[in-house]
Ligand binder design. Structure first.
Ligand code: NAD
Ligand code: UDX
Length: 464
């Protein structure tokens, strides 16, 4: 079966870039990305391709090539479902904020809404692809809804989790380590559906990297991969605290450990804590699933990854307070970076939010500079915590346009995102702008200690 029309529900960080790359690589397939968020769709359709809603290196070029050729963005969800032979569901699956499983389980209401809408609209057979990250066995629930509320058409459900990381999304999509496709491979119809999706990716991904499994393995592999990645960060962050007590240097430890080919060197960079929309949410989900099967030791094991990460963010903020003579009340602290990592404007679960909140509780005045994050987003992130009123956040937090501006009259600077441009700042100039002693806290191990100390900074870096 050859796919001619693809619909993707959800034009977010995953749906947008993934579909743009599919459209670019498969010019004979029509790809329509739909969303209920009108503003987002409008931005994807903006005449100036630099204004698309997601910043990812290389993405605007891909969109420029494919948009209005075979890549379309629309709010007409029904029409796109009706026309498609393959439908990707790429909507958000945040942690539940209410009811059973509050604060842990994945909230599947958006997924269920999609399933019901697909069932209501479809008049021809469809392959439905889970692109969102979902709890293991969600495909069963989807199938149940589709088969029981539909118009008697046939559905095949595939799981095709996305492994792209933000900031490198286009490159990850163009050259993936693997593409995972889970399907009902024991039936002829199921196998046909899997093959149809394999054929889409085979336009540019070598066949040996297209991995097919049963649906449950695919769903669970995504949660497992994120848990393993986050666990490495928490492991090295745990060692960073021990390094600070013992004179060891976490970068040296990381290098020494990572050169063991059984361990490998990636994802061993100590930091102020991992952020992003996935790691915490997916591990909490894994913990919840494990608990729901009565697997308490498994749940506790993975929960520790989150507890360590929370500790790392808190401990970094506490270090600032302690170093500034045990009080930051009324002191100006500049935060360089608000995004959860470099090369993205995404701030979800960014460590910066929690460090700022901690310092605000200590009555600090915060100044933020981030090269890509918008001012409204910074206030929205703080307001979302509900720690204090929106007015208070506005009064205590200032957002500026340059790192130099943030340094004016500051008691301390904290580097919270590893943006390249922070390495090349004129640190002499920054030092001159600051109050003395001028404290510099590197939460990313981005800056060279010796040159900063030579300028006169009181320098603290995580893990040494
Ligand atoms: P996102 O919030 O950026 O985008 C989701 C979009 O879905 C939103 O624009 C929302 O308006 C839309 N939506 C929700 N319900 C809808 C409906 N019923 N009809 C139409 N549109 C609807 O989320 P994201 O970061 O793209 O993540 C999507 C999924 O992919 C999640 O399950 C996430 O865990 C997973 N994932 C994310 C990443 C990442 O790096 N962000 C990586 C891999 C997997
Ligand atoms: C992650 C997974 O990597 C990706 O496969 C999945 O699809 C979505 O979740 P993402 O959250 O976009 O991707 O970015 P990632 O590069 O994994 O970084 C996550 C967080 O960990 C960031 O805050 C980053 O700064 C931090 N990190 C990463 C470290 O602190 N140290 C490291 O060594 C690596």
């Amino acid at each position: 079966m050859k796919i001619k029309n693809i619909c993707c529900i959800g034009a977010g960080y995953v749906g947008g870039p993934t579909m743009a790359v599919i459209a670019q690589k498969c010019p004979e397939i029509n790809v329509t990305v739909v969303d209920i968020n009108e503003e987002r769709i409008k931005a994807w359709n903006d005449e100036d391709v630099e204004n698309i809603p997601i910043y990812e290196p290389g993405l605007s070029n891909v969109v420029k090539e494919a948009r209005d050729r075979n890549l379309f963005f629309s709010t007409d969800v029904d029409a796109a479902i009706d026309k498609a032979d393959m439908i990707f569901i790429s909507v958000n699956t945040p942690t539940k904020t209410y009811g059973i499983g509050k604060g842990m389980a994945a909230d599947l209401k958006y997924i269920e809404l999609c399933a019901r809408q697909i069932a209501r609209v479809s008049k021809t057979d469809k392959i439905v692809v889970e692109k969102s990250t979902l709890p293991v066995r969600t495909a069963e629930a989807l199938k149940n809804i589709l088969d029981n509320t539909g118009n008697g058409v046939n559905y095949q459900i595939l799981s095709n989790p996305e492994f792209l990381a933000e900031g490198t999304a286009v490159d990850d999509l163009m050259n993936p380590d693997r593409v995972l496709i889970g399907g009902d491979i024991d039936t002829t119809e199921g196998k046909k559906a899997v093959d149809a999706l394999v054929d889409v990716y085979a336009h540019w991904v070598p066949r040996e990297k297209l991995l097919t499994t049963n649906v449950w393995s695919s769903e669970l592999s995504k949660l497992t991969a994120n848990a393993f990645l986050a666990q490495r960060v928490s492991s090295i962050n745990a060692m960073s605290e021990l390094c600070e007590k013992t004179g060891a240097d976490v970068n040296e430890v990381s290098k020494a450990v990572g050169m063991d080919s059984r361990i490998g060197s990636k994802f061993l960079k100590s930091s102020v804590g991992f952020g992003g929309s996935c790691f915490q949410k997916d591990i909490l989900n894994l913990v919840y699933i494990s608990k729901s099967f009565g697997l308490h030791e498994v749940a506790d094991y993975w929960e520790q990854v989150i507890l360590m990460n929370d500790h790392q963010k808190r401990r970094f903020a506490a270090k600032i307070v302690q170093t500034l003579f045990n009080t930051v009340s009324g002191k100006k602290i500049a935060l360089l970076g608000w995004a959860f990592k470099k090369d993205t404007n995404d701030t979800r679960e960014s460590a910066a939010i929690y460090v700022a909140d901690y310092l605000l509780n200590e009555q600090a005045e915060i100044v933020v500079y981030d090269p890509k994050v918008k001012t409204e987003q910074i206030y929205a992130d703080l307001d979302y915590l509900n720690t204090r009123s929106s007015e208070e956040n506005k009064a205590k937090v200032k957002v500026v346009n340059t790192a130099y501006e943030s340094a004016k009259g500051a008691h301390a600077i904290a580097v919270l995102t590893e943006w390249d441009e922070f390495k090349d700042l004129d640190w002499e100039k920054i030092y001159k702008e600051m109050l003395k002693p001028a404290f510099l806290f590197d939460g990313r191990r981005l800056l060279e200690r010796s040159t900063k100390e030579k300028i006169g900074f009181e320098f603290y870096a995580i893990g040494s």
